[in-house]
Design a protein around this ligand. Sequence first.
Ligand SMILES: Cc1ncc(C[n+]2csc(CCOP(=O)(O)OP(=O)(O)O)c2C)c(N)n1
Ligand SMILES: *[C@@H]1O[C@H](CO)[C@@H](O)[C@H](O)[C@H]1NC(C)=O
Ligand SMILES: *[C@@H]1O[C@H](CO)[C@@H](O)[C@H](O)[C@H]1NC(C)=O
Ligand SMILES: CC(=O)N[C@H]1CO[C@H](CO)[C@@H](O)[C@@H]1O
Ligand SMILES: [Mg+2]
Length: 619
Amino acid sequence: MLCSGFALLGVVIIDLIIHRISLRQRKRRKMEAANQIGALAHPGKAPVPISPGSSSGTIGWHLARRLVQIGVRDVFSVPGDFNLTLLDYLIAEPELNLIGCCNELNAGYAADGYARAKGVGACVVTFTVGGLSVLNAIAGAYSENLPVICIAGGPNSNDYGTNRILHHTIGLPDFSQELRCFQTITCFQAVVNNLDDAHELIDTAISTALKESKPVYISISCNLPGIPHQSFRREPVPFFLAPLISNQLVLEAAVEVTAEFLNKAVKPVIVGGPKLKVAKAQQAFVELADACGYPIAVMPSGKGLVPENHPHFIGTYWGAVSTSFCAEIVESADAYVFVGPIFNDYSSVGYSLLIKKEKSVVVQPNRVTIGNGPSFGWVFMTDFLTALAKKLKKNSTAVENYRRIYVPPGIALRRENNEPLRVNILFKHIQEMLGGETAVIAETGDSWFNCQKLHLPENCGYEFQMQYGSIGWSVGATLGYAQAAKDKRVIACIGDGSFQVTAQDISTMIRNGQRSIIFLINNGGYTIEVEIHDGPYNVIKNWNYTGLVDAIHNGEGKCWTAKVCTEEQLMEAIEMATGAHKDSLCFIEVLVHKDDTSKELLEWGSRVSAANSRPPNPQ
Ligand SMILES: Cc1ncc(C[n+]2csc(CCOP(=O)(O)OP(=O)(O)O)c2C)c(N)n1
Ligand SMILES: *[C@@H]1O[C@H](CO)[C@@H](O)[C@H](O)[C@H]1NC(C)=O
Ligand SMILES: *[C@@H]1O[C@H](CO)[C@@H](O)[C@H](O)[C@H]1NC(C)=O
Ligand SMILES: CC(=O)N[C@H]1CO[C@H](CO)[C@@H](O)[C@@H]1O
Ligand SMILES: [Mg+2]
């Protein structure tokens, strides 16, 4: 699969090269026209556009071409004087679209959302003030295994190794803080302040991001983007990233031991985790499930990676807050295969899972461990699952048990007219909106739990940030995801507290003609925090959220807002958002009671609270 992916990329790239010439000609005409208008409007101050012919042979051109080759079409940015010339080279590339954001944090989150939909994302920021502002988003991309190329404009190359104090720094001659911060949250850092090694550094950074599926940092001195250099004379040859190949002998041994272990189990199950995505093993996972007949469950952080319409799907395994009957089947199994799990304090509900290591097989992207051992390395997930599928005896005992005991969950009660809207009713209606042409984006907060219970139809996207859990992520991620996945309508569920962190970039969504539907769930505070540990700090100032979005809209672009307090108003708003306003950004503020939470949050909150407050171990 990996191989065919690269072959496809190759074909796409050749295609792009062929089209480039005609696109360049078109762009040149466009720029000439724009230049004439600009010259009239600002005599003597017209920006000097880079004519496509003259940009080739420079770092700026090389970087722009590389981004296009790997599949980036939109770059999220905030300009600054340390990087403006670089931006000129990016906009000179006909196939790149620069999207200006309100702040760097959102630009980083947008690159994250874009990478989720397209496989890779990029953002450009200025030196230190921009770089330090985007850090939180890049750390989040690391936690989610997303290849995000974070490009920062750097100081003039002559300033390295001098004692000068530069602006946009903390006022010391040492200006390496930005680099040192990025060292801890990216898998590679390229500091380009010399043309001679620029080609190698840029290419190593970009290819490392793709190979490791992690973010990288590229800093480019602001005086270099436009200087031609021999190494950039030719169009960069597209990357060929050799696929990882398992050690055949280890693979055989791992499969043999696992098959022996599972074939003697009475009611085995399989549970998919979040690393299925980075291992690109979703298809192999389904093939294994089909071949062995075991039930398949998904860990909360893996939601969206396991097909929920599969006949063996039994729900989300999340310990005490699992979907109905799922935990019972998983925890009573005598063997379970966890594929790509991450067990942390949240996914383990405060370390309360009833899972025994000796009954488990843990399949990671490059390693398989059976029970307390043995453990096999340099075995890749897809190879392993595919080979294991051929060696397992079919055993449908656990699926049959599940079907015997299963009772469907209750349906939210119909309320009297004008009764305040309940969260469970809101999500009943969101469920009805889902299809293969939608994607759900779930913000940290009670939306984690409410969205977790949505039943995803085939091809419905699902994104959230459960390992890192930084509130505000979803606004930028919605912007980036919608820009990358034009065939899907994004449905974002965002709490009021989270929205207050990053609200500004609603502006960028409107400016780019996006048509996402945002449900702003206004419960007057940080409800998820209330359930872990309450205090006066969990109450927030109420805003006029629709008023805010209307003010940002300001009559430019297509945006529609509504405030809803009852089920009738909600139904009417959804009808408008999917009908008359289907081509607009739709923002629906849903007012609910401050204590109206999912029941899962109540249970999970008390368990996480107990784990947080474990006393120190005796010394
Ligand atoms: C950047 C960041 N700051 C603080 C937190 C701690 N935190 C976790 S959830 C949360 C509140 C979320 O409130 P809201 O978005 O309104 O969600 P809900 O009320 O639905 O739970 C806070 C402050 C965090 N996760 N990330
Ligand atoms: C499952 O495996 C057990 C142990 O090998 C076997 O006894 C049982 O018949 C199998 N059940 C089904 C339905 O395949
Ligand atoms: C909230 O904003 C809207 C404009 O979008 C306005 O009509 C409404 O009066 C405002 N509400 C309050 C309480 O000011
Ligand atoms: C607007 C702009 O391009 N700003 C600066 C970017 O860096 C070069 C090189 O240092 C400067 O000449 C530009 O003024
Ligand atoms: Mg809230």
